[in-house]
Ligand binder design. Structure first.
Ligand code: GUN
Length: 289
């Protein structure tokens, strides 16, 4: 049997440590980190994520300000709100849940958050810092999902340097920052995507395979090398029958688990780590002040 990477438990350990750290911050400064969470519209998955993020932040002692806005809000009103939060000393982290309605330019919005409060690590300054930094990550605002994946890999206590890592997907949220993080760990990194030729054979060469393509159960056993470590970023809801649906990843778990040496489940793998890393970023933003 492979090692099943228990993201729920590892995230809980991280949250427990953050809770203690925030208690100490409160004793010293009589303040706690503050996180503003902005959701525009009512995309069902976003509502689930925002609720989970808000709950977890409160649990570790972070102050949360929720802004749930109508999808008809215009771009300049949203920027005005972000500017207010940029200037609010009680707010250390700002998160704008994606995707945004098509009427709003995502890039403009993400750029309007001051880099020091960019809880997602999506601002170009933070993207740039991650790409050029060669030292450790203590003070960097790193995108939460890929950083969560890296922490899962580190739990295995194996040498990452020199490993062949293949990242499937090239999104700004996961694929690109994941590749940067693995490169920083001295892996040999390949990013494959929808236009890659021979994608399956490239994946089959991976010691570490990170699937972030958003296609349910896309990666099957033929894509995976014996003994590979498989990190599944996908969260896809599929119908089981007319009444029932379930969450599955981008990896066909029941097949790939027989080949991998370690694998993340869905749910309970990467998802909880994403949330824990958001809380980490918010706490770092407070400490960086
Ligand atoms: N939508 C999907 N993943 C994320 C994330 O990590 N952060 C934000 N803000 N939106 C998302």
């Amino acid at each position: 049997m492979p090692h099943i990477l228990d993201g729920k438990k590892i995230a809980q350990n991280l949250k427990d440590k953050l809770k203690i750290e925030i208690e100490e911050i409160k004793i010293k400064s009589n303040r706690v980190p503050g996180l503003a969470v902005i959701q525009v519209g009512n995309v069902a998955a976003s509502s689930v994520y925002v609720k989970a993020k808000t709950k977890a932040a409160k649990e570790v002692g972070i102050d949360v300000i929720d802004h749930h806005l109508d999808e008809s809000i215009n771009q300049s009103d949203l920027i005005n709100l972000i500017n207010q939060l940029n200037n609010n000393n009680d707010v250390n982290g700002i998160l704008v849940q994606l995707p945004l309605p098509e009427t709003i330019n995502e890039e403009v919005i993400l750029n309007s958050i001051v880099p020091g409060k960019d809880a997602d690590g999506f601002h170009p300054v933070n993207v740039g810092k991650l790409s050029i930094s060669q030292t450790n990550d203590e003070n960097l605002m790193i995108p939460c999902t890929p950083y969560g994946c890296l922490l899962l890999l580190k739990e295995l206590n194996i040498k990452l340097a020199g490993k062949n890592a293949v990242v499937i997907g090239r999104s700004n949220i996961v694929g690109k920052p994941m590749a940067q993080l693995l490169l920083k760990e001295s892996c040999t990194v390949t990013t494959v995507h929808s236009k890659t030729v021979n994608i399956e054979s490239i994946c089959k060469n991976a010691d570490i395979l990170v699937a972030a393509i958003g296609k349910p159960e896309f990666v099957n056993k033929d894509w995976v090398k014996e003994g590979a470590i498989v990190i599944d970023v996908g969260i896809n809801r599929i119908n089981v029958n007319e009444e029932k649906s379930k969450l599955v990843g981008d990896v066909l778990f029941n097949e790939v688990k027989n080949i991998a040496s370690a694998i993340t489940p869905v749910p309970g793998g990467v998802g909880p780590m994403t949330i824990a890393c958001l809380l980490r970023n918010t706490t770092i933003a407070f400490k960086n002040l």
